[in-house]
Write a protein that binds this ligand. Sequence first.
Ligand code: DLL
Length: 434
Amino acid sequence: MYYNEHMETASRDELERIQLERLQATVRRMYDNVGFYRRRMEEQGVVPEDIKTLSDITKLPFMSKIDLRDNYPFGTFAVQKTEIVRLHASSGTTGKPIVAGYTRHDLEMWSDCVARGLSAVGVTADDIVQVAYGYGLFTGGMGVHYGIERLGATVLPISAGNTKKQIMMMQDLGTTVLACTPSYALVLGEAIRDMGIDPETIKLRVGVFGAEPWTEGIRKEIEALLHIKAYDIYGLTESVGPGVAMECKEACDGLHIWEDCFIPEIVDPDTGEPLPDGQIGELVITTINKEGMPTVRFRTHDLTYIHKEPCVCGRTHRRLHRLMGRTDDMLIIRGVNVFPSQVESAIVGIEGIAPRYLLVVDRVHNLDTLEVQVELLPTLVYDEVRKMEALRAKVQKSIEQVLGLSVSVRLMPPNSIERAEGKSKHIKDNRKLD
Ligand code: DLL
């Protein structure tokens, strides 16, 4: 179902006309109000008047997380502080976080984007949506929250964690939609299974999962555990938060990025050169309907490609392929590029193995080693050492085939790999301790 049919199905010509108008206004606002970006434009010899067509976007300088950090906390805001009505911050693992500021208009735009996404996967005013994304500085909780209210569905703002209570509320209130990270959806699904609850006694029917990379294999696991349809939602603090792009029910293949608000580009991660639709590269996003903290040509570090074909659902906004991982999550092991999602796709679905894993990287005598720890399912009863070794070898072969690299595999006891209420970590790189 469309939330804003006119905009979601606008002709490409109309969309591009809106994009150009909004891009020009955004660049003008950045040039006039954001000192650091004006200097960047001057260094690059570009002025707002140079943006005459959409393809002129490539004349503009990129922005990165480093720029936002260097101008912490408010140096990239494009409006007076009095116009800012909300702040969020991204959880920087190192140094200062990124602070995002929103005007009233920005919050409206954000809610609208989330409402469109929820509507695209069949959420309606009849639904009760349990928001188990974290509330607070993280954009997940509040971002999805206001989209739900905008749509007219009922929101249960339970936030992340307290798994038993989540399940009790789900049962008592008849929650129909769950919104959280895919990792936490797995935790909830496993807990329901381990508590011996029949998922059919729970009314859940739809999941809205994002904030971290996940694979089709994990989607199937979650759908089987919770008896739901699981959909992918994408976003980042620097663009607005969740809801920048979302799958639709009809195709369930690629996430529609709301192009009247965001211009996506795919570039070569090393050179920054634009790549054509269909080719994998780094996603770069320009916000064109944001006042408080616009980001122009922001390097997301997320790897994906743009689908070439129009979607069966009738939406004209292009689709991003399911995000494949981050350039900065890429490990280089003995010269081979390794993404956690590759390991995930290799192990999910192997009988007796839980969808839990950790990549432990070390350097022994100047040689990189990769140990993949995978968890056994609690239901697995193998009393024979021989059978266990055969399973270990099977997992190892599957991973080595996908990676093209020799690895060691360690089978871990059930429930021993750390569970995440929010975003999960799949890498322990001991080389960084050198
Ligand atoms: O994670 C916003 C969000 C909240 C999105 C809830 C979806 C649901 P940040 O904390 O700034 O914002 O992290 C943004 O998370 O650049 C991606 O690397 C990753 N990410 C977000 N959604 C997905 C997804 C939120 N669906 C960073 N698939 C992004 C893969 C995702 N990665």
